[in-house]
Structure formats: C-alpha cells, structure tokens
Design a protein around this ligand. Sequence first.
Ligand SMILES: [Zn+2]
Length: 316
Amino acid sequence: MSSTPPSNAEPLARAACKICGGPCAEIMRRNGFAIVQCAQCGFMFAPVAPGYDAAAIYKEDVYFTSGGECGIADYDALWRRRLVHFYVPRLDRVRAFQQPKRLLDIGCASGYLMRAAQQRGWQVAGVELSPEMRRRAAAITGSRVYESIDAALGSGERFECVTMFEVIEHLSDPVDTMAQVASLLVPNGTLALSTPNCECPHAAAGEPINVWFDPPEHISYFGPGTIRDCLGRSGLEVLAIEGLEHYCRAMAGDLTFPPWVTAVLAPFRRGKRLKPGGLLGRILERAYHGRMDLYRRTSSADLPRTDVLEVYARKL
Ligand SMILES: [Zn+2]
C-alpha cells in the first residue's frame, strides 16, 4: 500500500537545486532520507527518484484516518481543535488583496475551509487527491472538487484567489507545480499559502511537533527567502510574508503567554513550566483559544523565529 521509496541514495548522487539548479550537499538524515541544501540559494529538499509519485500517499483515503505509516489520525478533530483557528483568519487577511469572487482551495481535505469561504461570499471549488475527502468536500459545499491540479487546469475554470495551506512542502518540483497554480489564477489574482519555516531555530530539532523535516511527506523545505524565490520563478510576485510564532506549541496543545505576561510572571514562576491542564493553562486556553493575532508576526525582523510562514502573492 505504501508508496514510500526505500531510500534516496541514488537520486542524491546527482541532486541539483529544485529552485535554482545550483550544486547541493547533504546536511542531515531524517526517516532514512538524505536532505540536501543548495550552496547557491540555500533551498533544502529531500531528493526523490524521477518518477517517484510524491502525491501517491495522499490518494489513499487512509491518509486522513490514520492506520497508514503516514497521515493524520483524525482530520475532523484536528480541524475543530486547531486548523479552524489557523486557516480561517487567513480568508480575512486575503481581503486586503482581493475581494471575494472565485476561490480554489488546493488540498481542501473535507472542505471546511471552502465552506468558511462560502460563508464569506466566495464562490468556491477545491482540489483534493483523496477520493473520500473529495466526496465529502463536494457534499458539504455543493461545489466542484477536482482530483488534481491538472484536472482543474483542464476544466478551463480560473480563479481570483487560490489558497494552498501546508501543501507546497509536499511537492517534489515546487517551481513547476507553482507555475501550474499561477495558471489557475486570473492576472493579478491572489495566492495565499502557508508552509513550515524550515529555517527557524527549532526546525532541525523537530520539537515539540515535527512539521519541518519529515520525509517522505515533507520533501521541500522553505524559509522566507527561498519561498519568495520559488514563487518568483513560478510567475508570482510576493506581496507579504508573515509568520506564526509558537504555532507548533499551540498545535501540540501547549499554550503560551504573550511576551509581556511572561516578563511580569517571571519572578514568581522561576523554573516552573506551564502545564496545559493546570490552572494557568486552563485560564490561557479559555482566554487565548483561537486568538491567532497572538501568534502572527508581520515584521520581517520577527520572521526568522516563526514556525510557519504565511505568504500572499499575486499573479504577474
Ligand atoms: Zn538553489
């Protein structure tokens, strides 16, 4: 059932940068895979054999219900507890660049983001590889859900906005695929994407939950500079790069104080760690649940510390 390649030793030998074509060298091993970095532009990726179908993992419905080696144990619970708070506010952020018209959500899973967009006045469509998720998304939105980006392109439908959250890190040829995504946009159309910031200080350690170097699911590893470069080579101009700090701690169920609260409490809590189930943790959960503004960083000076990048771009 698994499409996991046994190792990537063979493609590693002749790895050229997927973004700029520059020379690459191995920097680490994860899950039995070598990860390389480009000497020229700094892009990091796990080389995979030509013909390896990086998308095959997600065509199995089991990806969304666990059971497989890869995947998400319970997508509905993940959406309700966390993703709704991280993804839906981005629809409001998109309004700074694009008024609601036609929106395509790539990697739409069971269609919850599509439904939230409908509630905000967008006409929606989706792209989803898993047949079961495709069926569910179509059922709850009454909209078309394509089985691939190619199928969406072939339909002739074009969009004022494409959303693509936590997808680009799964792509083996991100420049080629993002050029296809650009073709789905009307001129000046808006792309909103998010991806783990693999250049943040704790990415290599992979803690508290590893959203960064996790092959064979995550095989392309971006930072603020390389995502800008990748999109630029795909016919897209970056309008804004923002980030989420402490995102992974929040995803892991651990909540954090804003920095000023931490400073005020420091003398009283020396050496103590906040327990999510403890009194303070419960107060925080109630006060800060879903408050994405507490995690979002918009200054470029803060970007290096963020766990996840949120990028807005327009089609040239
Ligand atoms: Zn490069």
